[in-house]
Design a protein around this ligand. Structure first.
Ligand code: FE2
Ligand code: FE2
Length: 472
């Protein structure tokens, strides 16, 4: 059984922190640095309080506790999913052994690296989104932004807990570094490219939470399979919170598409831009951008590092235990995307080295479901236009297609053709300026900006016109 959370302590947790004075002191000395980071790099819009969900337990009931809280008093805590005493390693050369409760020396450096990379993305997104409050389309959306922000802050806590608890001095140093790197910084940027991009407007925010948070879901899913049980349990609980971030993205894009479709029908036009909405072509360009930079987060098509992680048992596949194979993959082959004699094609590799591609494909088919849903909205409005995911080789900076330019339909282009045409496929300065011009704040209860439809449901059964946020 997992211990009941202790709310009398400075750091709410279900890891019996009070029994480990050293660890408790280490985390308590990191806490003020975290709060300084939150003050200087977190949300910039001043608020009195926000209707937030706070994790106070991990059990079936009560892990989502709702109430108005001043954001700086949000109780960032450490919660791991309950331990399964019988849990066995599901894959790799240690398959069938009991899951590890400590870090094996030979995998220490690799595990630490994976935790640092995951940990780095969490505060990065808070930094990317820090100015969005000033242009929120409604109090409901503002509340959702802040909910995502505090939970990404808690995910940072989750990774810092692992670093402090299991990786000694090096772990503590890495925990400090997680607060020193900053999104978009010249001197010390965040580790992964997509986390150094701006999130300057709300369409970008919804695209980010749909496409980039979804990459997070898949990464967490592979770490949830890890033989290192504390990492597995940490990720399992984080995934519960991630589901809300996905919902914000999915329904956010739903509502943008819905409003655009309404105005297209009302004004019998293909371009809703002049009528105060975001044109469908601009929505498609934003989708193209966020999808392609998120595909890059999965790394190269082949990777011997990832093969080694798998064999070692430290990072599995998406839904590892549901796969019907030997979970060793030593004799299997796999087709991966490749550039062959300058042409887009596929090549066969050992299954183990193709695991990045396997994960990226799981992600791609999940992304398809969003597109299907947005197209249903267009269909219901009686419109013939459709959104679509661009080709996997489009606008890639990482992997087999980094060296070529490819259209959204998968046609190879010369550099000249790309330079002439990419403004049809990626947001231009004109598009971005138009989107930004629509981003006028609506901070009045029950009101909504003209470029987006209201949500179908409020949060936790509350109506749309609930007082989700009290501004300062
Ligand atoms: Fe997260
Ligand atoms: Fe997230």
């Amino acid at each position: 059984m997992t211990a009941a959370p202790d709310y009398s302590e400075k750091i709410p947790n279900n890891v019996e922190l009070r029994d480990d004075r050293r660890l408790q002191r280490a985390l308590e000395s990191w806490q003020p640095n975290f709060l300084n980071w939150w003050e200087s790099m977190g949300p910039t819009l001043p608020t009195q309080d926000v209707y937030l969900r706070t994790a106070i337990n991990v059990g079936r009931e009560g892990w989502a506790h709702f109430g108005h809280v001043p954001m700086k008093d949000y109780r960032w805590g450490i919660f791991l999913a309950e331990r399964n005493q019988q849990r066995q390693i599901a894959f790799g050369q240690h398959k069938g052994d009991p899951a590890w409760q400590k870090v094996p020396g030979e995998y220490r450096a690799d595990l630490q690296r994976l935790i640092v990379i995951q940990g780095d993305t969490e505060p990065a997104s808070v930094e990317q989104q820090r100015n969005l409050g000033a242009t929120a389309p409604s109090l409901y959306d503002l509340r959702n932004l802040f909910q995502v922000n505090v939970e990404e802050g808690r995910h940072l806590w989750a990774m810092v807990y692992l670093l402090h608890a299991y990786f000694g001095r090096e772990g503590r140093e890495e925990a400090e570094e997680l607060l020193h790197r900053n999104s978009g910084s010249e001197e010390s940027p965040r580790i992964l490219g997509a986390f150094n991009e701006e999130t300057p407007d709300w369409l970008s925010f919804y695209m980010f939470t749909y496409f980039t948070d979804r990459d997070g879901k898949y990464q967490l899913g592979t770490l949830k399979e890890s033989a290192f049980d504390p990492l597995s349990r940490t990720c399992e609980f984080m995934l519960k919170e991630e589901a809300h971030h996905m919902m914000v993205g999915t329904t956010g894009i739903d509502r943008v598409v819905e409003r655009t479709a309404q105005l297209m029908v009302e004004h019998e036009t293909d371009d809703a831009g002049p009528y105060g909405a975001i044109g469908l072509d601009v929505i498609q360009k934003y989708l193209n951008f966020h999808y392609s930079v998120s595909l890059d987060l999965f790394g190269g098509e082949t990777s011997t590092n990832v093969a080694n992680y798998y064999t070692a048992g430290i990072k599995g596949r998406w839904l590892e235990e549901r796969r019907k194979d030997d979970h060793l993959l030593t004799d299997d082959a796999f087709m991966v995307d490749a550039l062959i004699d300058g042409q887009i094609g596929q090549t066969e590799v050992a299954a183990l080295v193709g695991l990045n591609t396997d994960l990226r494909r799981e992600y791609i088919s999940d992304c398809e479901s969003g597109v299907t849903r947005w197209n249903r909205i267009l269909d219901r409005a009686g419109l013939p236009q459709r959104l679509k995911l661009p080709h996997v080789a489009f606008n890639r900076k990482v992997g087999a297609f980094a060296s070529v330019e490819v259209s959204p339909d998968g046609e190879l282009l010369t550099e000249r053709e790309w330079a002439d045409q990419n403004g049809r496929w990626l947001p231009t300065d004109v598009d971005k300026t138009h989107v930004r011009s629509l981003m006028q704040p609506v901070h009045e209860r029950g009101k909504i900006a003209a470029w987006i439809a209201p949500p179908r449901n409020g949060i936790n059964g509350q109506p749309f016109d609930y007082d989700y946020v009290h501004l300062a």
